[in-house]
Design a protein around this ligand. Structure first.
Ligand SMILES: [Fe+2]
Length: 145
């Protein structure tokens, strides 16, 4: 498997796990601004869900198999899952931020490897995805200040 596909498959697995992790925060955030952060977490996991499908389908277009089971995701992911408990607004925003920074770094690495191969379709997809992360990393950085 090429380095590019390896990174895209890593991203597929991480997006699947981040989707669940963000639901945990969506459900378990507590505090005065619950509704705002609850809804923001939903906006984020909806974005991750679209990316998850898009990245996996790109792997198919490249003639390879994306990971497609929870077992494979848990074996592959570098994202740590959360326990069931209450999370303060600050904890929630910090966890969302840390996860998105990790995903941005991985998607950037994948973008650069695809660029070295002249695979502009993968580059374009990943640049859009990184752009989404950049916006939310900025939002969340402002929120945790
Ligand atoms: Fe919900």
């Amino acid at each position: 498997m090429s380095k590019k596909v390896e990174l895209l498959n890593q991203l597929t697995a991480d997006l699947a796990v981040a989707f669940v992790k963000f639901h945990n925060l969506h459900w378990n955030v507590t505090g005065e601004r619950f509704k705002e952060v609850h809804e923001y977490a939903e906006e984020l996991y909806d974005a991750l869900n679209e990316q998850y499908d898009e990245v996996a389908e790109r792997v198919k277009m490249l003639g390879e198999f994306p990971p497609a089971s929870m077992k494979a995701y848990l074996e592959t992911t570098k994202i740590e899952e959360l326990t069931n408990k209450d999370y303060t607004i600050l904890e929630t925003n910090e966890l969302l931020l840390e996860t998105l920074k990790y995903l941005r770094s991985l998607a950037t690495d994948a973008r650069n490897v695809a660029d070295e191969e002249g695979d502009f379709a993968t580059v374009a997809m990943l640049e859009d995805i990184v752009g989404v992360y950049c916006k939310h990393v900025w939002f969340l950085s402002q929120m945790v200040k």
